[in-house]
Write a protein that binds this ligand. Structure first.
Ligand code: HEM
Length: 401
């Protein structure tokens, strides 16, 4: 069945890429391989940009206090029609906002706006709402909290569509397992796997709701708010929501590793090899933790990803600054260690472990890429799988014996 992305009423035009899969067809059942819940069962006021436009005009008239920005109305429309189908009128109104920056709600608005004003040709940072997470980390938010809140969101999104699309069961299970591990809820469940009777959707939905609630209780309000605001898929595909959340989880990991390596380099400079070791061990823990997250990614249907890919050209993770920062800063750490005259053998095992975990992560990503898109080119303009195969060989500490 042909599932063309038609324009929303009042959207002005239909710029989203047409596809031939049900993934963005709102008349299909929501869930894995189909449309999102908001696209399939929209609130009428969200289909139309006029409510967002009205609320924006009122907000401007009332003094543009960032704390009362109408996020809900704007996001309601974006999520219902998909970012690539948002019309020029709303885009122009959003682009006219001149955020002040600073701190608190003003900072949040300044960080958030790029992801809704970048239109169809934005970059990776705008796709994943990176500035919001960067500020969060600068303000001291815990990486574990960010990952936990993002996984809780995936669990809720996946279990919400389970009844209509049992194909979503493996993903809901994988997400629940990853959440239990990340949130440290294994003690409550007695195991890191899903609770009993996982074949029953109802049990999975109950367990998911309970774990997501327990996980959220462990997370600070600013993290929950960031997660709430940073989902702006380009299409109406259910699977794109999971894809964006996973990117945000990996970005949190890359950023944590980059910070740890920079701090370890400083620690080495002051003779604190014990501290450097602790920092690298923590970084390795974060990278190793991505294996459960990859299991969620393996549930990406090929057809759904084709829709996402067609709508996200130029928004590749090859642009990830945090990922590059990790790959760039590790040789610098090694050099600092050699120059410090400290015994290299003391830090070498921690470095080798981080290197091995990072390499395993890259190989897993390459394997999934092969399964989902084969050997076609990437959205970042590389050769795709062959580029990734070569990149997976690059070690973090090539000079390590
Ligand atoms: C089905 C899912 C995915 C597919 C098919 C895929 C595919 C690709 C491809 C083809 C590239 C090569 C660069 C390009 O031309 O775009 C790439 C790079 C990359 N991807 Fe993915 N990707 C997927 C999911 C993810 C996720 C969830 C993340 C998390 C952030 C991610 C992170 C990266 C990074 C960091 C690079 C750069 C690698 C390097 O330069 O060494 N990918 N991906």
């Amino acid at each position: 069945m042909t599932a063309a992305l038609s324009s929303a009423p009042g959207a002005g035009h239909a710029p989203a890429v047409r596809t031939d899969t049900p993934a963005d067809d709102p008349s299909r059942a929501p869930g894995v391989g189909g449309p999102s819940l908001m696209a399939a069962r929209p609130e009428p006021a969200d289909l139309d940009p006029r409510r967002a436009l009205r609320e924006l005009a009122r907000w401007r008239g009332a003094g543009q206090d960032a704390a009362s920005f109408p996020y809900r109305a704007v996001l309601g429309h974006y999520r219902t029609v998909g970012k690539n189908a948002v019309g020029d009128e709303l885009l122009t109104a959003l682009r006219a906002i001149r955020p002040q920056g600073g701190a608190g709600p003003a900072r949040l608005l300044a960080d958030w706006l790029p992801q809704v004003v970048d239109g169809r040709h934005g970059d990776y940072a705008g796709y994943a709402g990176i500035p919001v997470y960067t500020s969060l980390a600068e303000n001291g938010a815990s990486t574990d909290h960010v990952i936990t809140a993002l996984l809780a969101d995936i669990v809720e999104t996946e279990t919400a569509t389970l009844a209509g699309a049992p194909a979503g069961r493996p993903r809901a299970r994988a997400a629940l397992r990853a959440l239990i591990a990340a949130a440290g809820l294994a003690a409550r469940y007695g195991t890191t796997s899903t609770p009993r009777a996982p074949d029953e959707d109802a049990a999975l939905v109950r367990a998911g709701a309970e774990a997501a609630r327990a996980a959220r209780e462990r997370v600070t309000a600013d993290v929950l708010r960031a997660v709430e605001l940073t989902l702006t898929p380009t299409t109406r595909s259910h699977d794109e929501q999971m894809f964006i959340r996973l990117i945000q989880i990996f970005e949190a990991v890359f950023a944590a590793v980059a910070r740890a390596v920079a701090a370890a380099t400083e620690a080495v400079g002051t003779g604190r090899i014990d501290l450097a070791q602790k920092l690298l061990d923590e970084a390795t823990r974060h990278v190793t933790g991505t294996s459960g997250v990859f299991r969620v990614l393996t549930t990406m249907p090929k057809d759904a990803f084709a829709v996402i890919r067609a709508n996200t050209d130029g928004r590749s993770a090859v642009q990830s600054r945090t990922y590059r920062a990790v790959e760039r800063s590790c040789p610098t750490l090694h050099l600092a260690l050699v120059r410090s005259g400290l015994p290299e053998a003391e830090l070498a095992p921690a470095m080798a472990e981080l290197d091995a975990a990072w390499g395993a992560m890259k190989r897993t990503h390459w394997g999934i890429t092969m399964k989902v898109i084969g050997t076609v080119r990437g959205t970042g303009g590389t050769d795709g799988a062959s580029y990734l195969r070569e990149a997976a060989e690059v070690r973090l500490f090539p000079a390590l014996g």
